[in-house]
Design a protein around this ligand. Structure first.
Ligand SMILES: C[S@@+](CC[C@H](N)C(=O)[O-])C[C@H]1O[C@@H](n2cnc3c(N)ncnc32)[C@H](O)[C@@H]1O
Length: 226
């Protein structure tokens, strides 16, 4: 994992992230609407939540709003992302903890009822993802749920290529410089297939493992801890 390159990119990307990201990721807002709907807790549940690779706190904000008793740890390695998260989520400051660290190496706490992670885990190689899934399983309470939205590969190299071309078209149609973003993806991102990742989640101990939504090289998937 090129941690320093990834961190440097997100330190810089933090300032216009919220406006830009829906133009880079198809169905970005629909993905998070689905994530909210998949959370099995009642709206008054007193849940402890981890947002892994929280960025500017888009997922954290939705959860803090929908679950007024929830406490959320927004974990990210980019200081600028966390600064913007702190500003954007100032209305929730009593229920929000910001933690800077590298989720592949650092402690992100335990006792979580819900873990969400958006567009972050694909920065780890396959072995790193497997280790992280074990670490997440250990960090969660029984009855807990893990929901990941991420960039993935296709089931075969030619499907991956086809999805990537359609993804580039999406960015271009949104008025963005697809060549630049695609180059950064080739240099820094290490996506794995949904098939591999759901298998790794099951191997880490998760049950009810499944892919809940999929469009080209983007997916929402996860599992539960019994
Ligand atoms: C594309 S942003 C995603 C933000 C938000 N979760 C979303 O769904 O839009 C990815 C974030 O993951 C963070 N990140 C990537 N690898 C990380 C790691 N190993 N440890 C902590 N944060 C990481 C980056 O700093 C960045 O803020």
């Amino acid at each position: 994992m090129k941690v320093d390159a990834v961190r440097a990119r997100f330190e810089q990307a933090a300032f216009d992230y919220d406006g830009l990201i829906p133009r880079l990721i198809p169905y970005y807002r629909e993905q998070q609407d689905l994530i909210l709907q998949l959370i099995p807790f009642g709206s008054n549940a007193n849940i402890k939540v981890l947002d892994l690779g929280a960025g500017t706190g888009i997922l954290s904000a939705l959860i803090l709003q929908a679950f007024p008793q929830a406490n959320v740890t927004a974990f990210d390695m980019a200081e600028n992302m966390l600064k913007i998260c702190q500003t954007n989520l100032s209305a929730f400051r009593e229920r929000l903890t910001l933690q800077q660290g590298n989720f592949a190496a650092d402690d992100f706490g335990s006792g979580y009822d819900l873990v969400v992670s958006g567009l972050a885990i694909h920065h780890l190689e396959g072995a790193g993802k497997q280790q992280l899934f074990h670490k997440l399983f250990a960090a969660m309470n029984s009855g807990g749920i893990l929901l990941i939205r991420d960039i993935v590969t296709g089931a075969t190299p030619s499907l991956t290529e086809q999805y990537e071309q359609l993804w580039r078209k999406y960015m271009k149609d949104c008025g963005e410089d697809d060549a630049t973003y695609f180059q950064a993806y080739l240099e820094e991102d290490i996506p794995s297939s949904v098939e591999e990742q759901t298998q790794w989640l099951a191997e880490a101990g998760f049950s009810e493992v499944g892919c809940h939504w999929r469009y080209l090289n983007f997916a929402v998937f996860g599992g539960a801890k019994k």
